[in-house]
Design a protein around this ligand. Structure first.
Ligand code: NDP
Ligand code: DXP
Ligand code: MN
Length: 361
């Protein structure tokens, strides 16, 4: 029996994790639940799963992780606010099933340095796919990681045609049903930019050996190219319960957690190159990833502010990445060593810079 703490239990990742656990009551036991503010759903979940330890808000989530014994903590909180619980989990020595990519990207080596080998198990679909594919070869046999991107709801559109797109259009993801922030990030391709940095930090592969290809069907979740020219891809219908289940009990597979591909019907999987002129976010993310230090945190913080402003009707869709780019370009990294305190200050300054630009838009 694996004991599990779920952070963000009311969200898309959290509720799908509870689906996995509900279907496998002899394999998993929930010992802690944390949410942002949705107390009513939290209480219903705690009653259903018999959970005594619950938390509301980030400070309580950090305390929950510190106080409660568990085999694995699933971090399904959205945003860089998830950094505290990520660090608390690693410091306690508990396995971290990581959906909250922002905490890794923002913390960078402040996070990776605290993690024992294998302590972080990726839940993000692309990184779970890569982790599965990497089991086919040794580290020095890996030539390249290839992340797939759905292309989002605006795939194939020119930059000019995106000026007036609405939040509702941006939230109409073609293949995945996810929370508001990650869905918006899929539309701008900021999500894929973040995922390139996430892949670099998780698998220690240099940026010039991490590629992205657009795969609108979201069936191939990512690939590893090996030195002999062989490429191993992980494929399954788009359903986060599969990578979540692997995150909860890596490297063991949970039977019947997802439906397999149906080979009795005709289907096509297609791949196409990125359109960097319409979607500059991935090139920008690689630039901040290479710069390192607090640059990824600045990129993410500016994006979080711009996404909120877009949904509040304060800026247009193209202003999201334009704001991030302007904040990153104006940022001067402090000479001092990166610490949690300096990171918090860099994020605060980036949010202020983003909001100053948004106010003028
Ligand atoms: N959804 C998906 O399929 C995928 C998601 N991810 C990543 O997983 C993470 C979660 O995404 P998703 O589930 O879609 O997001 P949702 O918006 O659906 O859920 C967010 C969860 O975080 C909780 N939360 C928000 N703020 C706080 C806080 N301050 N303290 C504690 N809990 C908080 C929310 O609680 P409340 O309901 O009370 O506000 C909610 O439970 C993101 O990092 C995302 O990028 C990665 C791959 C796929
Ligand atoms: C399911 C998942 O992992 C998301 O992060 C997904 O990758 C979003 O899809 P795209 O960013 O490829 O549109
Ligand atoms: Mn993903």
């Amino acid at each position: 029996m694996r004991s599990v703490i779920i952070l963000g239990s009311t969200g898309s990742i959290g509720t799908q994790a509870l689906d996995v656990i509900r279907a496998n009551p002899r394999r998993f036991e929930v010992v802690g639940l944390a949410v942002g503010s949705n107390r009513a759903t939290l209480e219903a979940q705690a009653a259903e799963f018999g959970v005594e330890n619950t938390a509301v808000g980030i400070d309580e989530a950090v305390q929950l992780v510190r106080d409660v014994d568990a085999d694995v903590v699933l971090n399904g909180i959205t945003g860089s606010v998830g950094l505290g619980p990520t660090l608390a989990t690693l410091e306690r020595g508990t396995t971290l099933a990581l959906a909250n990519k922002e905490s890794l990207i923002v913390g960078g080596d402040l996070v990776t340095r605290r993690a024992a080998p294998g302590q972080i198990v990726p839940v993000d679909s692309e990184h779970s796919a890569i982790a599965q594919a990497l089991r086919s070869g040794t580290e020095d046999e890996v030539r390249r990681l290839v992340l797939t991107a759905s292309g989002g709801p605006f795939r194939g559109r020119s930059r000019e045609s995106l000026v007036d797109v609405t939040p509702a259009e941006a939230l109409a993801h073609p293949t995945w049903d996810m929370g508001l922030v990650v869905t918006t990030n899929s539309a701008t391709l900021v999500n894929k930019g973040l995922e390139v940095i996430e892949a670099h930090l998780l698998f220690d592969v240099p940026y010039d050996r991490i590629d992205v290809t657009v795969h609108p069907q979201s069936i191939v979740h990512s690939m590893v190219e090996f030195v002999d020219g062989s490429t191993i891809a992980q494929a399954s219908p788009p359903d986060m319960r599969l990578p979540i289940s692997l995150g909860l009990d890596w490297p063991n597979r949970v039977a019947a957690v997802g439906r397999p591909l149906d080979w009795t019907v005709a289907s096509s999987w297609t791949f196409e190159p990125l359109d960097h002129s319409a979607f500059p976010a991935i090139a920008l993310a690689k630039q901040v990833g290479r710069a390192g230090g607090d640059y990824p945190a600045v990129f993410n913080a500016a994006n979080e502010e711009a996404v909120a402003a877009f949904h509040a009707g304060r800026i247009g869709f193209l202003d999201i990445v334009d704001t991030v780019q302007a904040v990153v370009e104006a940022h001067e990294s402090p000479e001092r060593e990166l610490t949690l305190a300096s990171l918090a200050e860099s994020e605060r300054a980036a949010r202020a810079a983003a909001n100053a630009r948004i106010a003028k838009a």
